[in-house]
Ligand binder design. Sequence first.
Ligand code: SF4
Ligand code: SF4
Ligand code: SF4
Length: 174
Amino acid sequence: MPESIDNQRRGFLSRVAKPVQQLKAEAEVHQRTMPRPPRAVAEPLFEHLCDNCGECVFACPNSVIEKQEANVKINLDYNACSFCDACAQVCPTGALHMTTEQHIDLIPRFAEACNNHFGLDCVECQSACGKGAISIEDGELPELGADKCNGCGECRRACYIGAVSMELVRVATV
Ligand code: SF4
Ligand code: SF4
Ligand code: SF4
């Protein structure tokens, strides 16, 4: 086995060997502390495994992953995630892993400034949503079907007046 792969494997094993049962138990009740890239493992395990190496940051073609003090987060303020899986494929520690769900723990919020809310017909965010998660009635704020939303941020990108913001959903991750 090549030295680089062997080192990655050693790093992974040393990270998970110690408290894996404890981490699994915590993961069942833990919540995201900040938005992570898609295919992030449960939050306690993610915080344990991600060593802030930056491989995913460099791999992301949309530049939506940022280094933080201890580990990485996803930021959809300036672009959307295309779910290309480049980040999970390069992650050497398993903090992003291809066996976990392709989902981001963010959902859109629609501000009162929305054009449609003011009676100016607009369906830009609805049209941009590949999941059919947004419905719009005349004169109303867009409504989100949260069960369909994958947190991609395409609706935020499509709204040319900035009436969509992405907010962390603090749900339990398992
Ligand atoms: S799935 Fe692709 S676009 Fe999304 S954060 Fe990962 S590398 Fe970036
Ligand atoms: S974040 Fe993506 S999936 Fe969710 S409503 Fe917006 S465009 Fe649709
Ligand atoms: S794109 Fe923006 S202005 Fe248009 S309906 Fe959606 S939130 Fe409202």
